[in-house]
Design a protein around this ligand. Structure first.
Ligand SMILES: Cc1cc2nc3c(=O)[nH]c(=O)nc-3n(C[C@H](O)[C@H](O)[C@H](O)COP(=O)(O)O)c2cc1C
Length: 428
């Protein structure tokens, strides 16, 4: 079988637990995707889960036997199955998580195989609830949901809104399997020094800009750049997985729609729209990350009709104006304590590039500047890895080329440290 050796899931042991929600029909897709990414996957199904999705399908797709409730009471097993599974798994994913299983977990009940595994596990657990909107909004369910987020290694994936199997339109849809896979990759993309508390960004509000801007030339053409939005969106999701509330202002993206789940999104096209949206959101955020690739020029006036090809050269040789520096404007407007991380795509040799980057950081007034060279093979735009230097006041740190998800966590760690230092200064 072909597997993705570049994925952080490669060679990792993942337990996928399925409880009794109709969303269980989507779990085989998740299992298949995890296996293709190179993870060793094993499934566990509650009795209600087994009534909704076939354990045989899960066994086939995971290339592993699927555990059922009755397996816990096997007289030939030398050790309890729930302990074996909890110790085997480097990551447990509960998808879907039903209201009943959530209730048992939040209350510390070990009633059943899944409930026992959830209490016995010391590793991270991704929780993807799914249920009818009224059930999801019930105060008891909300209380239980908040309760499990207090547990040290839980990655909570809020249900999304849409048409439910009960024909109601509202909250309660299980996170998309693509999103659950991204959360799993994120767990394994954090370094060995990752804090015990998975939700270390809980209570922090992050504002991220991502993707390119487009400046209209005429009815058919625009000026833009190669940015896919991947770096900014992955950073936004990595922060969300760590408990942050994230607002994302983004240009036209070249990414799966599901990657925007759980973010408060404002789509924009031009630099002027990006600037207005960011200024509106800035006062309510604690940290700003400017990963958007803003087009440098805009037309003084765009043409309403499509310009004939023959006139283009003449018409485009004038009538351009420079787009104002959004990052400098925003750093000037920030309130004390708000942190700003800027991105700078540069080219050239290392020394020259670092000199340029440091003067850019000072000129723009941001606390941290991630400098990524975009003229080197195998790094930079799109789904390529990324790396470069992170510059701060009086220091610079080389960040070797890695996946954009790992880089996102390194940047979040640096921001978190800076926040801690700033808080310590205020306290002393
Ligand atoms: C057809 C059907 C669909 C269901 N869908 C859901 C659901 O989406 N979410 C949920 O929490 N419970 C749902 N339930 C109810 C649960 O299956 C029931 O509460 C069960 O006790 C859950 O047990 P478990 O958590 O051990 O799997 C559904 C029940 C049926 C019969």
């Amino acid at each position: 079988m072909r597997t993705d050796k570049a994925s952080s899931l490669y060679g990792r042991r993942v337990l996928v637990a399925v409880s009794g929600s109709i969303a269980a029909v989507k779990t085989p897709l998740l299992v298949s995707a995890l296996v293709k990414a190179g993870a060793e996957v094993c499934c566990l199904v509650t009795p209600s889960g087994a009534a909704l999705v076939s354990p045989v399908a899960l066994a086939s797709l995971s290339r592993h036997r699927c555990y059922l409730e009755a397996d816990q009471w096997n007289p030939t097993a030398p050790r309890p199955l729930h302990i074996e599974l909890a110790e085997w798994a480097e990551l447990t994913i509960v998808a879907p998580l039903s209201a009943s299983s959530l209730a048992r977990w939040s209350q510390g009940s070990a009633d059943g195989l899944l409930a026992s595994v959830l209490l016995a596990t010391e590793g991270p657990v991704i929780a993807a609830p799914a249920m009818n909107t009224a059930m999801w909004r019930h105060p008891a369910v909300q209380r239980n949901w908040l309760q499990i987020q207090e547990f040290p290694k839980v990655v909570p994936l809020l249900p999304t809104s849409g048409l439910l199997a009960c024909d109601r339109v509202g909250d309660g849809r299980m996170a998309d399997p693509t999103m659950i896979q991204l959360a799993a990759e994120s767990v394994f993309s954090r370094g060995p020094d990752a804090p015990v508390a998975t939700c270390d960004w809980s209570g922090i509000s992050l504002l991220v800009s991502a993707g390119p801007t487009q400046e209209t030339i005429d009815a058919a053409r625009f000026l833009s750049n190669r940015s896919s939005g991947r770096m900014g969106v992955l950073l936004a999701q990595a922060a969300r997985f760590r408990g942050a509330t994230v607002q994302l202002v983004h240009g036209p993206l070249d990414l799966p729609d599901a990657w925007l789940e759980g973010l408060q999104c404002t789509p924009v096209e031009s630099a002027a729209q990006l600037s207005s949206a960011l200024q509106l959101a800035l006062p309510t955020s604690d940290v700003l990350v400017m990963a958007a690739a803003v087009a440098d020029l805009r037309r003084e006036a765009a043409f309403e009709e499509k310009m004939p090809k023959k006139q283009l050269q003449d018409v485009l040789s004038s009538g351009w104006t420079e787009v104002p520096d959004l990052l400098s404007n925003l750093t000037r407007q920030r309130r004390p304590g708000q942190l700003v991380l800027g991105f700078s795509a540069l080219t050239g040799d290392d020394t020259h590039l670092l000199e340029k980057a440091e003067s850019k950081r000072l000129e723009k007034g941001c606390d941290l500047m991630m400098v990524n060279p975009v003229d080197r093979d195998g790094q930079g735009f799109g789904d390529q890895p990324n790396g470069g230097w992170l510059l701060g006041e009086g220091w610079n740190r080389n960040l070797p080329v890695t996946t954009k998800l790992t880089l996102s966590h390194q940047l979040l760690d640096a921001l978190f440290k800076l926040r801690d230092q700033a808080a310590a200064l205020v306290d002393s």
